[in-house]
Design a protein around this ligand. Structure first.
Ligand code: GTP
Ligand code: MG
Length: 273
């Protein structure tokens, strides 16, 4: 009898996780969290003083997740307050403002601060990071484009979302994907599943796209000295074309970089005898 009885499904264990927000002051960390948890937006800037703490419950697959959110102040003044909140974190929401290049450039310093506070035994590999390129509603002021942000994030194995706390665009999708990734991590014994742990393009490809984006002229873009010969230009071009060809390279921004390299070569060859 017993053997034929349908097996009673074990109730899924509830899970408790800790997430923190990081990024410069005024980029919209608190507003992103408020938009998700309270479905509202406050346009007046109310700087977070030290840390704001909140608890929310979410459902991922058949598990109930209790999320402890520590919303950090971005201002350097609060470093002493926030530094003790980095440890025992499963997920980080890393935010920049697409209209403030400084806030994008500061992302590396935020990672460095976290690494320093976690100490030599802290392991950042097994934390889920989601990068929010926020304030995408402010299209006129945008100065960090999607491929630049995505390249930075994905080359580190981080998730990337374009968000607006004001309109709500991207917010639910971002949190949903973020929580699913954290649950996957927890169910994988606290280790990032291998499929999610590395980028689908190489560091050389990412660095080359960044270098091309920041190059000052066509010589610089191809990585040859001004006055280089046709042969040198063609050789440099071929190397870059193999690395960045859209059929071979899936790194964000590779198509634009490839086009820029083709144009640079054409422009240089026109003037070389
Ligand atoms: P600190 O707590 O000082 O670290 O700042 P924060 O990153 O928490 O910024 P906060 O969420 O307080 O938002 C800063 C300002 O940006 C506020 O005036 C918000 O109304 C505004 N803001 C936040 N997100 C958006 C957005 O997506 N679009 C627009 N247009 N404004 C936003
Ligand atoms: Mg805040």
């Amino acid at each position: 009898m017993e053997a034929n009885m349908p097996k009673r499904k074990e109730p899924s264990k509830s899970l408790r996780i800790k997430v923190i927000s990081m990024g410069n002051a005024e980029v919209g960390k608190s507003c992103i969290i408020k938009r998700y948890c309270e479905k509202r937006f406050v346009s007046k800037y109310l700087a977070t003083i030290g840390i704001d703490y909140g608890v929310t419950k979410v459902q991922v697959r058949d598990r109930e997740i209790k999320v402890n959110i520590f919303d950090m102040a971005g201002h350097p003044f609060f470093y002493e307050v926030r530094n003790e909140f980095y440890k025992d974190t499963q997920g980080v929401i890393l935010v920049y403002d697409v209209g403030q290049k400084d806030s994008f450039d500061a992302l590396d310093a935020w990672l460095a601060e976290m690494k320093q506070e976690l100490g030599p035994h802290g392991n950042m590999e097994n934390i889920i990071f989601v990068v929010c390129a926020n304030k995408i509603d402010c299209t006129k002021h945008r100065c960090v484009d999607e491929s630049e942000g995505r390249l930075w994030a994905e080359s580190k194995g981080f998730l990337y979302f374009e968000t607006s706390a004001q309109t709500g665009e991207g917010i639910n999708e971002m949190f949903q994907t973020f929580y699913v990734s954290i649950v996957d991590l927890c169910e994988n014994g606290g280790k990032r599943p291998i499929a999610n742990s590395s980028a689908s393009f190489t560091k050389e490809q990412a660095d080359t796209i960044r270098r091309i984006r920041n190059s000052k002229d066509s010589w610089d873009m191809l990585g040859v000295k001004p006055g280089a010969s046709r042969d040198e230009v063609n050789k440099a071009y071929r190397k870059l074309a193999v690395l960045l060809h859209p059929d071979k390279c899936v790194a964000p921004g590779s198509e634009d970089a490839f086009k820029a390299v083709v144009n640079a070569r054409t422009a240089l060859l026109k003037n070389i005898k």
